[in-house]
Design a protein around this ligand. Structure first.
Ligand SMILES: [Zn+2]
Length: 78
């Protein structure tokens, strides 16, 4: 398992997520983002609006994801 924070995954807090792949950790961060969205947390709303801008540009999104994958791969196992 490896650990990344909400902040490292484009979010807005230091919540930690643990997973075996970058895809899984992205899912965890997404679920957490949805929860924060429902709570109308201002910092997460801002982070999410930036992410949704990014998602409108598939190439940018791909670059972002590739960078996160690299970051994830370079982390030490817990
Ligand atoms: Zn968060």
């Amino acid at each position: 398992m490896k650990t990344m924070t909400c902040m490292q995954l484009g979010g807005a807090c230091n919540e930690k997520f643990q997973a075996n792949s970058v895809e899984d950790i992205a899912e965890l961060s997404k679920a957490h983002g949805m929860e924060m969205f429902q709570k109308q947390d201002a910092n997460h709303l801002e982070a999410m609006s930036k992410m949704s801008e990014l998602m409108k540009q598939p190439q940018e999104m791909q670059n972002w994801f590739a960078a996160k994958k690299k970051e994830f791969d370079s982390l030490a196992e817990d």
